[in-house]
Write a protein of this length. Structure first.
Ligand code: SF4
Length: 60
């Protein structure tokens, strides 16, 4: 699925959603689906990397 940046009208693939202007002021950022999906994907990658390296949350 293709997503569109509300501010710059960039076309972004939902499988690899990423904001191309992360340092610019954007009035749409709080409700932006591209930013949301980017954060979700990074969170999943981090969790996966953590579980592969054995750093997942373990009781102490
Ligand atoms: S947060 Fe990024 S992708 Fe979303 S509307 Fe703003 S500039 Fe576009």
């Amino acid at each position: 699925m293709e997503l569109e940046c509300e501010k710059y009208k960039d076309k972004v693939d939902s499988e690899n959603a990423v904001c191309r202007h992360p340092d610019d002021y954007c009035q749409f950022r709080q409700g932006c689906i591209i930013r949301f999906m980017e954060k979700e994907r990074k969170g999943q990658q981090k969790a996966k990397a953590s579980s592969l390296s054995g750093n997942s949350a373990k009781p102490q």
